[in-house]
Design a protein around this ligand. Structure first.
Ligand SMILES: NC(=O)c1ccc[n+]([C@@H]2O[C@H](COP(=O)([O-])OP(=O)(O)OC[C@H]3O[C@@H](n4cnc5c(N)ncnc54)[C@H](O)[C@@H]3O)[C@@H](O)[C@H]2O)c1
Length: 309
């Protein structure tokens, strides 16, 4: 199949492009390199450096005749979305619509969308949350993800485009940007390997559902199948707090720093954990990398990358 991976120079999108190519698919990457990196781009993919908001998107879709759009491109920082909701919406809502209109115009069969299980439910009442739980996102970023899901439902109902919306937990693993503003695992590893002091925001007891990149990739691969249509959580059902991550990474990196707590981030959700049961029932997907092993693999990657510098 011919698959367009938007955001294919980024953390998750680049792993997806690699896997799709390995499986024999033809891959075209669309990315504006705002946070993605050229070195992440698979050499066998065709790369088009462009913003998803560009007027040229429609003609690209006309020429390329994609079967599937795997839409990962986004402004992915929750705090940036709070600081500048309009910019977030331009990228994450209007940019997406530009793609969906082109998908409609040029007969794309399926859109797979990177949604967010960590933000879309808002403060949860049930732990872990399944897909039937209320969606009350507390950030412009989460609202944009929910808007995309609603628009995709509209495109599927009105134009027959198949849609799969994957609500990822907190994804971690190799290639996540350690200098970014989001992704506590990568940030802590980056600091620990450089002898810097990581800062734990608040008491470090907020929890998230951490899912390893390989498991997110396999959920997307399963989503190529016709029967995997609709909304699915992609998480582990397990809550982990930040203090645990700090101490585990300290052990794995051999860092000598001690826990240091800064002020809590205002408005930060306290607990987030999602049930992966629905995706398991439809296609047998379940997370295969437990958190300690995923952290070990991630630390190994960054140690090797540092040794190459
Ligand atoms: N990392 C996580 O924990 C997580 C959790 C839930 C959902 N997601 C979603 O998964 C997707 C991928 O996230 P990631 O962690 O790989 O982030 P990332 O920042 O590494 O990748 C995003 C990519 O999109 C590109 N991009 C951003 N805006 C663009 C635009 N307007 N036009 C073209 N390209 C653009 C960036 O250059 C980058 O390469 C995003 O949609 C994100 O919201 C991520």
């Amino acid at each position: 199949m011919k698959i367009c991976v938007t955001g294919g120079a980024g953390f998750i999108g680049s792993h997806l492009a690699d896997k799709f190519i390995e499986l024999g698919h033809q891959v075209v990457i669309i990315d504006n390199l705002s946070s993605g990196m050229l070195e992440n781009i698979n050499k066998e993919a065709k790369f088009i450096e462009i913003d998803i908001n560009s007027d040229k998107i429609d003609s690209i879709f006309r020429e390329e005749k994609f079967d599937i759009i795997c839409h990962q491109a986004a402004q992915m920082n929750v705090r940036f979305s709070v600081d500048d909701p309009r910019n977030d919406a331009m990228n994450n809502i209007v940019g997406s619509l530009n793609l969906y209109e082109a998908a409609k115009n040029h007969k794309v069969k399926k859109v797979i969308f990177a949604s967010s299980g960590g933000t879309i439910y808002g403060e949860q009442y049930v732990f872990p949350a399944d897909e039937s739980q209320p969606t009350n996102p507390c950030s412009p970023y989460g609202i944009a993800k929910l808007a995309n899901e609603k628009y995709l439902y509209y495109y599927s109902q009105s134009y027959g485009i198949a849609t799969t919306m994957l609500r990822y937990g907190n994804v971690y693993g190799p290639r996540q940007n350690p200098k970014g503003e989001a992704g506590v695992v990568a940030i802590f590893i980056g600091k620990m390997l450089s002898g810097e002091q990581p800062v734990i925001n608040g008491d470090g007891l907020i929890t998230r559902d951490y899912v390893f990149i390989d498991d997110v990739v396999s959920a997307n691969v399963k989503s190529l199948d016709d029967k995997v249509e609709g909304i699915f959580n992609v998480g582990t059902g397990i809550e982990t707090n930040v203090n645990y991550i700090f101490n585990k990474l300290k052990e794995l990196t051999g860092a000598s720093c001690e826990e240091f707590h800064g002020p809590a981030k205002i408005g930060e959700q306290r607990r987030s954990v999602i049930s992966p049961q629905k995706l398991y029932e439809i296609c047998g997907w379940k997370p295969s990398v437990d958190f300690d092993e995923g952290l070990r693999l991630t630390v190994e990657y960054y140690k090797a990358a540092k040794a190459m510098q």
